[in-house]
Design a protein around this ligand. Structure first.
Ligand SMILES: Cc1cc2nc3c(=O)[nH]c(=O)nc-3n(C[C@H](O)[C@H](O)[C@H](O)COP(=O)(O)OP(=O)(O)OC[C@H]3O[C@@H](n4cnc5c(N)ncnc54)[C@H](O)[C@@H]3O)c2cc1C
Length: 392
């Protein structure tokens, strides 16, 4: 079967690319349905973009690479598409846009865009024996036990990263890159909870509070959540993408810096109360109890000097922790690293060394923050490759 373009992966990036690559396009996926990660994202409502998306919200060895695609297909372009399909949406927090009804509306929209452009979709299809003969790509597809040999001018790798293997993530993109001598930046799980040895935070499981979490000089102010195995919550997930094994993180559980003044005035009005009781008016009581041994929070508040209260506030704003690891790809929302952007054109996503070969979406070494940024990268990179292919 001769086609113009074979796209591997009917996820966010692959479907967006198919909607723009031209009619003679075939999208294949081994999953039962297209856009499964879109369907489950954002608690079923898909945080499909972020109003504040800019290159500063992405992690990559080359921080300039994402600029071109993000500028040419912006969050406003995607919002206009969503509006065109009359999908109602709302801003939840920090510019994060969600569907009012269901993430399935976004999948249906992308399927409709693919149909409009004439792209075909084969699900439950495996891809083997990929090769390039100098001008065309060859691949063997297996669907329903039937084998089809494909010859295509363009091959788009949109098979995502390694996150959540249970949902069909395979790392195929890195394998294909290796086959064509396209370099890959070492991958690691991102937007992932931290784990700590010896059930360290087990007594705190379920406690949530606002905090500032810092890793490698990058800080995020959002909620944190103690879990049976460690630390989670948006601020922790964000910081995890900046953390490397063995490094320390800093947790500031007094991000508004109000603890010292609160304790000082409580000393006037509630002097006979225990220090821990007063602190529990400001912080979750279980956290205060947990820390009371290490921070020696004994005695009444009236017995504490200014210097001592300041010391306590300082300790709580510089809580240094060394995670033993992360929950890994099993729960990571994204994969950091991936196809080395030095090997790709930032305008087309095409491999510089193999004409007609493209890498898009999460497979590429561009990783967004939590908050709709990763889908925006999938839309922008998928659009850039689709445009380039239709013009080829
Ligand atoms: C639980 C969860 C929630 C998320 N929520 C959000 C959110 O709200 N907002 C946001 O911006 N980002 C979110 N993300 C991240 C976002 O889902 C990804 O960044 C995005 O889906 C990447 O798009 P992609 O097209 O590159 O890859 P994917 O969407 O992962 O698509 C890749 C496709 O390739 C297919 N595939 C893989 N290997 C093979 C193979 N060997 N053969 C054939 N097909 C293959 C897969 O089945 C899949 O359909 C979330 C991620 C997770 C895991």
């Amino acid at each position: 079967m001769n086609i113009d373009t074979l796209i591997i992966g009917a996820g966010a990036a692959g479907m967006m690319c198919a909607a723009h690559a031209g009619p003679n396009t075939l999208v294949v996926d081994h999953a039962k349905a297209a856009g499964e990660k879109i369907r489950i994202s954002g608690g079923g409502r898909c945080n499909f973009t972020n109003m504040h998306a800019s290159p500063a919200n992405f992690i990559s060895q080359n921080k300039h690479f994402c600029k071109s695609a993000l500028k040419r297909y912006t969050q406003w372009d995607f919002i206009a598409l969503v509006d065109q399909y009359r999908i109602a949406w709302h801003e939840k927090t920090l510019g994060q846009l969600f569907c009012d009804e269901t993430a399935k509306d976004i999948v249906a929209m992308l399927r409709a865009e693919m149909d409009k452009s004439g792209a075909q979709l084969w699900l439950q299809t495996s891809v083997d024996n990929i090769r390039h003969d100098g001008t065309h790509f060859h691949a063997q597809l297996t669907r329903d036990g039937r084998i089809t040999q494909i010859i295509a001018k363009n091959l788009v790798v949109a098979s995502g990263g390694k996150s959540i293997p249970k949902m069909g993530a395979t790392g195929l993109a890195y394998q294909i890159a290796g086959q064509f001598d396209v370099p890959v930046i070492e991958t690691r799980p991102g937007l992932v909870p931290f784990t700590f040895g010896e059930d360290r935070f087990k007594p705190l499981a379920g406690v949530a509070l606002p905090a500032r979490v810092s890793a490698n000089n990058t800080s995020f102010d959002e909620a944190i959540l103690f879990t049976h195995r460690g630390l989670s919550g948006p601020a922790v997930l964000q910081a995890s993408s900046y953390w490397h094994e063995g490094e320390q993180i800093t947790v500031n559980v007094d991000p508004s810096a109000g603890l010292f003044n609160t304790l000082k005035s409580a000393r006037q009005t509630q002097g006979r109360k225990a220090l821990t009781t007063v602190m529990s008016q400001y912080l979750p009581a279980r956290l205060v109890e947990f820390l009371s041994g290490d921070l020696q929070l004994a005695g009444n508040i009236a017995d504490q000097s200014d210097a001592r209260l300041q010391e306590i506030a300082d300790q709580l704003s510089h809580w240094e922790l060394t995670p033993s690891g992360t929950e890994g790809y099993r729960t990571a929302e994204v994969t950091l690293g991936g196809i080395d952007t030095d090997a790709l054109s930032s305008k087309t996503m095409g491999a510089k060394s193999v004409p007609g070969l493209y890498f898009i979406g999460e497979a590429v070494d561009v990783t967004g923050w939590l908050g709709g940024y990763n889908f925006q990268w999938a839309w922008s990179s998928g659009w850039a490759a689709g445009q380039a292919i239709s013009a080829r």
